[in-house]
Ligand binder design. Structure first.
Ligand SMILES: NCC(=O)CCC(=O)O
Ligand SMILES: [Mg+2]
Length: 340
């Protein structure tokens, strides 16, 4: 036996002989003590729908992400079903010409989102569909609500958002995701849905949605890039605040949210963790377009291993306490999990 060195004596006296590396020696020890596991059941897959048919359109700022025709959204729903992904979140790309001050197109029951929802639910009823409630894909100014001068009018916006929720729920969407951050909207949407006999439609509220630089590529994807007048800091949260997220979530839950969400994701894992522990509600995190594109850009340049960074980031959400993650990586993660 090798003589114990002074350094070994020092280490063992400092650690009491507890050497944590013992559990990391082999793949089997690591698997045995693993605390967090990602499953396909944790994934929500956001996709973008566009008008017309034909080829998938690249989103330049989101490598690997495309705007899909309605028929291709149906294909995506089939892919989700085959992979075991429980939910698709659907976002529309809206041309400039279809946008106006009040986001009127949001209330058209024949709009792109509603058309896609009907087609997807008819073909693949077993995959859940989440539709966002917010006017930004439809307004000419790129804001989530109705502008009065320079200000988004809370209550007038909520009135329109309730109608948008109804139109989407009537088209067959399963989960309404209010992402607008108006005060009181969850209560009003819940009562509008109940009033229309849509008691089974779920609400996943964007409870803590921060005014963030990480939404940039998404705005390109839905056609809002460059048209946003000013910024969203009078309704989305200030990223310096954490306690405020608790108050936001508390209200949304009291107002009838079935599930809550934090957005963005990676820089806000503290918020995910706090909300999950505080409320013991299904708490989701949105790995936003900017987070996705950072990983893809670094991987594309050969600076990081994209696949490993993807799995590490998704696992981080789960470790923080998230019930699941909205991620543009979802189908890749599902395939990776299947490969083992
Ligand atoms: N309400 C949905 C979003 O704003 C998504 C933002 C993103 O993925 O960057
Ligand atoms: Mg709120």
């Amino acid at each position: 036996m090798a003589k114990r060195s002074d350094i070994s004596e020092k280490i063992d006296s400092a650690t009491g002989g507890l050497r944590l590396r013992r559990l990391r020696q082999n793949d089997w020890t690591r698997r045995l003590v693993r605390e967090t596991k990602v499953s396909v059941d944790d994934l929500i897959w956001p996709i973008f729908v566009r008008d017309g048919d034909g080829e998938d359109q690249k989103v330049d700022s989101m490598p690997g992400v495309f705007r899909l025709s309605v028929a291709r959204c149906v294909d995506a729903a089939k892919e989700a079903r085959d992979l075991g992904i429980p939910v698709i979140a659907l976002f529309p790309y809206t041309e400039q010409a279809q946008r106006d001050e009040r986001g009127t197109e949001a209330l058209n029951e024949g709009n792109l989102v509603c058309t896609a929802v009907r087609a997807m639910k008819a073909a693949v009823p077993e995959v859940g569909i989440l539709c966002d409630v917010a006017l930004d894909p439809y307004t000419s100014h790129g804001h989530d609500g109705i502008l009065r001068g320079d200000c988004i009018d809370n209550d007038e916006s909520v009135e329109v958002l309730c109608q948008q929720a109804l139109v989407q729920a009537q088209a067959g969407c399963d989960i309404i995701g209010p992402s607008d951050m108006m005060d009181g909207r969850v209560a009003c949407i819940r009562s509008a849905l109940d009033g229309a006999g849509l008691r089974d439609t779920l609400i996943m509220s964007y409870a803590a949605k921060y005014a963030s630089a990480f939404y940039g590529p998404f705005r390109d994807a839905v056609g809002s890039g460059g048209m946003l007048k000013g910024d969203k800091r009078t309704y989305q949260m200030d990223y310096h605040n954490g306690d405020e997220a608790i108050r936001e979530a508390e209200l949304d839950i009291a107002e009838g949210a079935d599930m809550i969400m934090v957005k963005p994701g990676m820089p806000y894992l503290d918020i995910v963790s706090r909300l999950a522990r505080e409320f013991e509600m299904p708490t989701f995190a949105y790995q936003t377009s900017g987070e996705y594109s950072m990983i893809m850009a670094a991987a594309g340049n050969g600076w990081i291993d994209g696949e490993r960074a993807m799995m590490e980031s998704i696992t981080g959400f789960k470790r923080a306490g998230a019930a699941g993650v909205l991620s543009y990586f979802s189908p890749r993660v599902a395939r990776k999990l299947r490969e083992g």
